[in-house]
Design a protein around this ligand. Structure first.
Ligand code: IFM
Length: 462
C-alpha cells in the first residue's frame, strides 16, 4: 500500500470515543444514572442484555489508554464527558470528583502533546432530566447550557476543540422517533421538538462557553450523501426529503439561521420555536464536526426497499409503513462492514465537497470527528489481530479526505472511530470498531494491525 499523501500542516489525526461506550464505573464517585443506564436495564432493548456498566473500564485504565494514543503518534483525541459525573441529576452544583477525572485526562493528553477535543453530550442525558421531559422539554436546553458552563469553568482553554452535541440527528431519530436507542421514545415525527431543543441547547451552550473560553467551538453531526434509486422525479423528491432530515435539519439552522423545508413530511413549521431561538442557534461556529460512515440510497414510497443503510435502517422494513416521503434502498456492489454498512470511501469526498457547495462562505472549517468500520476481529493464536478490511477502509477514506482538500474544502482533522472496541449501543459488544482490540473479560488491550498501519503512516509524516 502506498504511503498516504501529505496533509496540511497542523492537521489533527486522532481517535474518538464516548463516555458511556468506554468508561464503565457507572456507580462510582457520585455518577448519577443516565438514560442509557435505564435503557440497558430494560429487557430486550440491547442485544444479549449488554450494558455499559463496565465497558472498557476506561475510568480506571485511562493512563494505559493514553499510552496507546502516544504509541499511535496521534496529535488529537476526541472524547465525551458524562453529564451525570458532573451533575448527577442534571442540575445544580458540579460534583468535583467528576471534573477531577476529566481534568486528569485532559492534562495527561496535553503532557503527551495530544490536543483534547471534548464533546459535552454524546447521548447520555441525566435520567432525572428525562423524567422531567428530556429533550422534548424546553428547560433541558437551559440545563445543558448550565452544565456546559460548569465544565468550561474547570477546563476552559485547555480544550483544543469544544463540541457541544454529538449526532443530534441520530439521537433524534433512533432515540426519540423509533425507540431503538435511549430514551426509547417512538414519537415518529412528533419528536421534532427534541430536534429544536437540542439545537437551542447547543446555542445556549455556545454562549456559556464563549464567556469562559477562547477555544474553538463546534457541533458534530452524522452526515451522508444521498443517492436516488433511479433518475425518476419521484425518486429525486425522495432524495430531497431524506436529505432535509439527515443533512439539513440540524445544519441549516446552525449555518443559515432557518429550518429546511419539511413540507414533504407534512410539517409546515418545527414546533416549539420562539422569537430569538434561531439567532441563538446560529451563533458563529469555529468548526463543524462531520461523522461519516456510508452513503444512503432512497426511492419514492411504495417502491420497495426498507433495508438499506440510511440512518434509519435499524427500523428495518417497517420504514415503508410509516408514511415517510422516502424508502431506504440497499446499495449493492460494494464491500460491507460487519454491521452490513456499504464501504464507499469516495462518498466522504462527495459529502465534503457537497457541503462546501451548499453552504459556501457560511461553512466553517470541517473536522472529520468520526469515521471507521466494525469488523469481526479476534486475537489470533500468535497474539496479533489482523484487520485488513479496516486498513483498506482507513486508507481509502483518508485519501478521500485528501482529495476533498485538493478540491478546496477546508478540512482540519480526522478522528478514527474508535480507539478501542467498545459498547456499540443497541448492538452491545457485538460490533468492534477499535484500532485496539479489547477482551471484555480480561480488559486486555491488543493493538490491531490497523493500529500499527496508522502509526507507521503518522510516523512517515513527522
Ligand atoms: O458508536 C457510534 C458513535 O457513538 C456515534 N457515531 C457512530 C458510531 C458507530 O455506530
Amino acid at each position: 500500500m502506498d504511503p498516504l499523501p501529505a496533509f496540511p500542516e497542523g492537521f489533527l489525526f486522532g481517535t474518538a470515543t464516548a463516555a458511556y461506550q468506554i468508561e464503565g464505573a457507572v456507580r462510582e464517585d457520585g455518577r448519577g444514572p443516565s438514560i442509557w443506564d435505564t435503557f440497558c436495564a430494560e429487557p430486550g432493548r440491547v442485544r444479549d442484555g449488554h450494558t455499559g456498566d463496565r465497558a472498557c473500564d476506561h475510568y480506571h485504565r485511562w493512563p494505559e489508554d493514553l499510552e496507546l494514543m502516544s504509541a499511535l503518534g496521534a496529535n488529537g483525541y476526541r472524547f465525551s464527558v458524562a453529564w451525570t459525573r458532573v451533575q448527577p441529576d442534571g442540575t445544580g452544583r458540579a460534583d468535583p470528583r467528576g471534573l477531577d477525572f476529566y481534568e486528569a485526562l485532559v492534562d495527561g493528553l496535553l503532557d503527551r502533546g495530544i490536543a483534547p477535543a471534548l464533546t459535552l453530550y454524546h447521548w447520555d442525558l441525566p435520567q432525572a432530566l428525562q423524567d422531567a421531559g428530556g429533550w422534548m422539554h424546553r428547560d433541558t436546553a437551559h440545563r445543558f447550557a448550565e452544565y456546559a458552563g460548569l465544565v468550561a469553568d474547570r477546563l476552559g482553554d485547555r480544550i483544543a476543540l469544544w463540541i457541544t452535541l454529538n449526532e443530534p440527528f441520530v439521537h433524534l431519530t433512533y432515540g426519540h422517533s423509533l425507540g431503538v436507542h435511549a430514551p426509547g421514545e417512538t414519537l415518529l415525527l412528533d419528536s421534532l421538538p427534541a430536534a429544536h431543543h437540542q439545537l437551542l441547547g447547543h446555542g445556549l451552550a455556545v454562549a456559556a462557553l464563549r464567556e469562559r473560553t477562547t477555544s474553538p467551538i463546534a457541533l458534530t453531526n452524522n452526515h451522508a450523501p444521498v443517492w436516488a434509486a433511479s433518475g425518476s422525479p419521484e425518486d429525486a423528491a425522495a432524495v430531497r426529503a431524506y436529505d432535509a432530515l439527515h443533512n439539513r435539519l440540524f445544519t441549516d439552522p446552525l449555518l443559515l439561521g432557518r429550518y429546511p423545508d419539511l413540507t414533504a413530511f407534512g410539517v409546515d413549521a418545527v414546533p416549539g420555536v420562539r422569537d430569538g431561538d434561531l439567532d441563538a442557534i446560529a451563533a458563529p461556529l469555529d468548526a463543524l464536526g462531520v461523522n461519516y460512515y456510508n452513503p444512503v440510497r432512497v426511492a419514492a414510497p411504495g417502491r420497495g426497499g426498507g433495508e438499506g443503510p440510511s440512518g434509519l435502517s435499524e427500523a428495518g422494513p417497517e420504514l415503508d409503513g410509516l408514511g415517510l416521503p422516502f424508502v431506504d434502498v440497499p446499495i449493492e456492489g460494494t464491500p460491507v462492514t460487519a454491521f452490513g454498512w456499504p464501504v464507499v470511501p469516495d462518498g466522504l469526498r462527495e459529502l465534503l465537497v457537497g457541503m462546501r457547495d451548499r453552504y459556501g462562505a457560511a461553512l466553517p472549517p470541517l473536522v472529520i470527528t468520526e469515521n471507521g468500520c466494525s469488523a469481526d476481529d479476534a486475537v489470533g493464536p500468535d497474539g496479533t489481530v489482523d484487520d485488513p478490511d479496516r486498513i483498506a477502509f482507513l486508507d481509502g477514506h483518508l485519501r478521500a479526505v485528501h482529495r476533498a482538500i485538493e478540491e478546496g474544502v477546508d478540512v482540519r482533522g480526522y478522528f478514527v472511530w474508535s480507539l478501542l472496541d467498545n459498547f456499540e449501543w443497541s448492538e452491545g459488544y457485538h460490533q468492534r470498531f477499535g484500532l485496539v482490540h479489547v477482551d471484555f473479560t480480561t480488559q486486555r488491550r491488543t493493538p490491531k494491525a490497523s493500529f500499527h498501519w496508522l502509526r507507521d503512516q503518522l510516523r512517515l509524516r513527522s
